[in-house]
Design a protein around this ligand. Structure first.
Ligand SMILES: [Zn+2]
Length: 321
């Protein structure tokens, strides 16, 4: 789960215990609904207090250790994962003999983090990622990457970007280097439902990122962004097919299955690239579906003029800043 579970509006002045209570209650709920499922948590930029300011010093483990203990995440993450987490809010976990999951703290690259501006490698996370990916390649493992803040551009924010440009480049280069073993990347943060296709220098689609919408319903204060209904993304089955649940009233219900609404027979970068190509026609029904789901069925966001259309296309296919 990628946490956007704490309230956002007054987060900078919100007492720290309220953040912890929010994170704890979401965790409790997930544990009770999915009692026999292993949960992997990643930090959201609003989860700690104060928001966005993640420290980068791996010698000082008290900050991330404190988060782990107070949030009870150490009860769902294993001993090894927790030990890694102390260094910078990141970890690696073995899901099966052939599959490894790497949970990253990409809040360290968020340009709202004043502590990490212009460092060689905040919390040495890229170094950690590199070592984990090398290890995975050596053992013929495939890798899932999960994190909160995605690289690239927000599709609704008139060119709004998240990472510092230097970290955006550094991060994408590392992902590109190991794209052959990274089968899926999952992110949150935007509250919207979208995806990204990463290309190599020759323009070949090499990796894919799914951006899950948020549990938290909200109306953004950013101009033109609008609102979203609450939702939960379930990634199920061998191929990791995503199903999205939504709530537009009192009850939760299935919103859609990715394979059905986008007519995808496989979930891989080339297929999502084909889908993005279909989106170049603004009237295409697949793009119309995407618009509906982008805000989790919040009707106000389905009007999309030419500029809006271009923002979506560029955000999906252009991750470099
Ligand atoms: Zn966020």
């Amino acid at each position: 789960m990628s946490f956007s579970s704490t309230g956002h509006k007054t987060v900078n002045t919100r007492p720290v215990c309220k953040n912890i209570i929010s994170v704890l209650s979401v965790l409790d709920e997930l544990v009770s609904v999915f009692p026999n499922t292993t949960l992997y948590t990643v930090l959201g930029n609003h989860d700690p207090y104060p928001a966005n300011q993640m420290p980068y010093d791996t010698d000082n483990t008290a900050y991330y250790k404190g988060i782990l203990e107070k949030s009870n995440w150490d009860s769902v993450l294993g001993v090894n994962e927790s030990r890694h987490f102390h260094n910078g809010g990141y970890y690696s976990a073995t899901i099966s003999e052939k599959l490894r999951l790497i949970g990253l703290n990409t809040n360290l690259y968020y340009d709202q983090d004043r502590l990490t501006k212009d460092l060689p490698d905040p919390a040495q996370q890229i170094d950690f990622l590199d070592k984990q990916l090398q290890e995975a390649r050596k053992h013929n493992n495939m890798v899932y990457i999960i994190a909160h803040v995605p690289p690239g551009v927000f599709e609704l924010g008139s060119g709004l970007t998240w990472f510092y440009p230097k970290y955006n480049k550094q991060y994408l280069e590392k992902l590109e280097e190991f794209a052959d073993i990274i089968s899926l990347q999952l992110y949150g943060h935007e509250h919207t439902d979208s995806f990204r296709v990463q290309f190599d220098a020759e323009g070949k689609p090499i990796s894919m990122m799914l951006l899950a919408p948020a549990v938290t319903p909200w109306k953004s204060t950013l101009p033109g962004v609008g609102a979203n209904n609450p939702s939960i993304r379930l990634t199920t089955g061998k191929m990791g097919w995503p199903r999205t649940m939504c709530s537009t009233g009192d009850d939760w219900q299935k919103e859609y299955d990715t394979s059905d609404v986008y007519a995808l027979d496989e979930l891989r970068p080339a297929k999502l690239h084909e889908l993005a190509r279909a989106f170049t026609d603004r009237s295409n029904k697949l793009f119309q579906h995407y618009l509906q789901y982008n805000s989790v069925l919040w009707a106000g966001n389905t009007e999309c003029n030419e500029t809006c259309h271009l923002h979506h296309l560029c955000a999906i296919t252009q991750l470099r800043l």
